[in-house]
Design a protein around this ligand. Structure first.
Ligand SMILES: Cc1ncc(COP(=O)(O)O)c(C=O)c1O
Length: 359
């Protein structure tokens, strides 16, 4: 292959670990089980028709920041909205972990933290989860001091609830980490916060200006195709982060649809209630499986340990059900991740798993 003018870190990086497969029942990407409500789509399309498309949108999505901040009880000056929290994950590394800084996280974990750290050339420290899949906060705190450089710094990534295990760390542990991590950005990824029965980390973030909460419209809001995510943080961090966000980056389509969603948040609650009921039903049914074992989850998915992930994945696919293999991740041998779907989809999953669908 001819030499390309591309950094070795990029050349050495694997592609994002995803390949598109189609199946009648799609439970592989932790999406909402239902589309954005049709009447809200109509409302958004009507508003779009009346707006000019030849004009750029706000420089920093100011109208969206106002609306998101109002909805989440946060200060607009500490709110940064962009095209998916995926984008923010890379920007926060650029903000704080380049030039001798590190990305500190746990493993296994949502793949993007480590992938982006490698792609951007930041140092990466991954602290293994304990055998029971809980986060080892002592080891994380110890790793802060071990980072190289006279003044160790960088970004800590902590999904809460954790992905892909669905486990939930105690806020007290996160608070200890926040106290120990001055000089670092502590990013708490709350992509799945709607599905946990615990206080979220907003009060904690108010106490610690170096804490950043990441949230997304891709999960409970049912808008994964729209691509909107945001950060809630201190005014000081937000001001610097905004410099890295592409100017005028959020499109008129994204702006209008997000505003319509935020003006009509009522539909989300009923969906979350459905997901929690169905998650419990799936969990209970899977506990009766002779060979598979579900992990308790605080998110809209379940991690299921099987004797052989390849075989289990193929068996489910043969039954028309697509789930995501997680068995290449350290400590997750045999594991599959299944999104909680509609009642019918979950029945199809249970049938394909060899369990009776009607519970
Ligand atoms: C923990 C976690 N963070 C972030 C994301 C990505 O969110 P977005 O769609 O806003 O880029 C996901 C998507 O699956 C996720 O699991």
């Amino acid at each position: 292959m001819p030499d390309l003018p591309i950094r070795p870190a990029v050349l050495a990086s694997p592609d994002y670990p995803f390949s598109a497969v189609t199946a009648p029942v799609k439970l592989d990407q932790n999406e909402s089980f239902e589309d954005f409500p049709a009447e809200l789509k109509d409302l958004a399309l009507e508003r779009l028709r009346q707006l000019p498309w030849h004009r750029y949108t706000d420089l920093n999505a100011e109208a969206l920041c106002e609306a998101v901040a109002q909805h989440d009880g946060w200060a607009p000056a500490g709110t940064v909205v962009t095209t998916g929290s995926n984008v923010l994950i890379a920007l926060l590394i650029q903000l704080s972990a380049l030039g001798g800084g590190r990305v500190l996280t746990v493993k296994p974990n949502f793949a993007l933290y480590g992938l982006d750290a490698r792609l951007l050339g930041a140092g990466l420290t991954e602290v293994p989860l304990r055998d029971d899949q809980s986060i080892d906060f002592e080891a994380l705190i110890a790793a802060l001091g071990q980072a190289s450089g006279t003044a160790p710094h960088g970004v800590i990534y902590l999904p809460r609830p954790h992905a892909p295990t669905g486990s939930l760390s105690a806020l007290g542990d996160v608070e200890r980490l926040a106290r120990a991590s001055a000089g670092w950005l502590l990013v708490i990824d709350e992509a799945y916060h709607h599905f946990m029965d615990s206080e979220d980390a907003r009060a904690l973030a108010r106490r610690h200006p170096h804490v950043v909460l990441l949230r997304t419209l891709s999960k409970a809001w049912g808008l994964a195709g729209l691509r909107i995510g945001y950060a809630l943080t201190s005014d000081g961090v937000a001001r610097q982060l905004r410099k890295l966000v592409p100017p005028f980056g959020v499109s008129v389509l994204q702006t209008v649809c997000t505003l319509v969603a935020l003006e009509h948040p009522g539909y989300v609650q009923a969906r979350v209630a459905h997901t929690l009921r169905e998650r419990e039903r799936l969990f209970t049914a899977l506990q009766r499986h002779p060979h598979w074992q579900p992990l308790p989850s605080h998110a809209n998915f379940l991690l299921v340990r099987t004797p052989d992930a390849a075989q289990a994945h193929a068996q489910l696919l043969a039954g028309g059900v697509l789930v995501r293999r997680q068995d290449s991740l350290p400590g997750l041998q045999g594991c599959l991740r299944v999104t909680v779907g509609t009642t019918e989809e979950n029945d199809a999953f249970l049938r394909a798993a060899g369990l009776s669908g009607a519970q």
